[in-house]
Design a protein around this ligand. Structure first.
Ligand code: COA
Ligand code: ZN
Length: 324
């Protein structure tokens, strides 16, 4: 089946969702060099860093320095995560294109991650929106645990959409539905996305999958089937989950692009460039990354037939016949 006319938008989040979970501090210059490499990969958007409390997320305590010193490529949207007004002010001082606000649609996860009730978060984000809407900076809201909460279980579609609608009413430009801990499955994703597209009209809708249980690529196809065209992904599959130590991270950019290209979609991403950038990650974070495509190569990266197999077939057949 060909989808040659279907344009998808890939948004790279490794330097935010990935690095925020890393124990090792990635050097500021290395972060900047990586973002500058990402500039040439063809991503629609790059989530560069987050302006959170340096005590909460020490890995990203250099957010200002990174934002000030990266090269900006025309056409790429540079977005940053912002939890509160203080974070928004810091972000605005760095000339970002977009702020990505975050709250969870489940009460327990919001209390755990942001130490507030959902209503307190909403009130705080409403204040952030008031500050940002005075500028030309775009506003996206990421709704965490939209496909399941690790403490409460399933979250009703109506609950997710009502939070989305409340932000739409405040004038935000985009909403991201996040499968924060990899609980989503394809038919659930398809249903949620169909309802979200129908309800949140006129908003830029992004799906944010984690591959915690190996379903992120399947979930992506299910979302595309529902009409979604915009996805967050992380080079190397970086991006852990505090509730599942050692678990696989975000959907892996090179695995996602590899699959979507084979399926005939236009992603705008140069897979070779993305794989080159992903190959730098183990050196930066000090451990292996989950990416399967990085390990196995692309589907048609063929291997030379081993000389022993090419030359020695009769002998081998003899061995097999002897039951060796
Ligand atoms: N930037 C810098 N410093 C910030 C800040 C921001 N955006 N927000 C709060 N702080 C500082 C305060 O100044 C205060 O510093 P102090 O202890 O030196 O006085 C300290 O952080 C605590 O501030 P407080 O308002 O009590 O916030 P908190 O401790 O309840 O933290 C959050 C609230 C949301 C700011 C914090 O939990 C956070 O940043 N969490 C990260 C959430 C996140 O990004 N999760 C992963 C992505 S989903
Ligand atoms: Zn995430």
């Amino acid at each position: 089946m060909s989808h040659a006319n279907k344009r998808l938008y890939i948004q790279e989040v490794a330097t935010r969702d990935g690095f925020q979970n890393e124990a090792r501090f990635v050097d500021t210059d290395a972060k900047i060099a990586l973002v500058n490499k990402l500039n040439d990969c063809g991503f629609a958007k790059i989530e560069v860093t987050s302006f959170t409390s340096p005590k909460a997320i020490p890995a990203l305590r250099d957010a200002e320095a990174v934002m000030h010193r990266i090269t900006r490529k025309p056409g790429v949207v540079y977005t940053v995560l912002v939890p509160n007004v203080r974070g928004a002010e810091r972000a605005l001082s760095c000339d970002v294109d977009e702020v990505n606000l975050v709250m969870s649609v489940s009460e327990s996860h919001n209390r755990t991650n942001l130490r507030m009730t959902r209503e307190q978060s909403f009130a705080q984000l409403r204040d952030v929106i008031k500050v940002v809407e005075e500028t030309s900076v775009a506003i996206n809201v990421s709704l965490s645990t939209a496909m399941g909460c690790p403490m409460e279980g399933d979250v009703a579609v109506s609950e997710v959409l009502s939070w989305g609608q409340r932000f739409a009413d405040l004038g935000v430009h985009g909403v991201t539905l996040c499968d924060t801990t990899g609980m989503a499955f394809p038919s659930q994703v398809n249903e949620l996305c169909r309802h979200a597209i129908a309800t949140l009209r006129g908003l830029e809708l992004t799906l944010h999958f984690h591959n915690t249980r190996g379903m992120a690529l399947a979930n992506t196809l299910a979302a595309i089937g529902a009409g979604v065209d915009r996805f967050d992904s992380s080079l190397g599959g970086l991006g852990g989950c505090p509730y599942a130590p050692g678990a696989t991270g975000n959907v892996c950019t090179e695995e996602l692009v590899h699959m979507l290209e084979l399926e005939g979609y236009e992603t705008g991403v140069n897979l070779s460039a993305a794989m080159e950038a992903a190959a730098l990650l183990p050196g930066l974070v000090g451990h292996d990354v989950p990416s399967q495509v990085l390990k196995a190569g692309r589907r048609l990266d063929l291997h030379k037939m081993p000389a022993s197999a090419a030359n020695g077939i009769p002998e081998q057949r003899a061995l097999v016949q002897q039951g060796v």
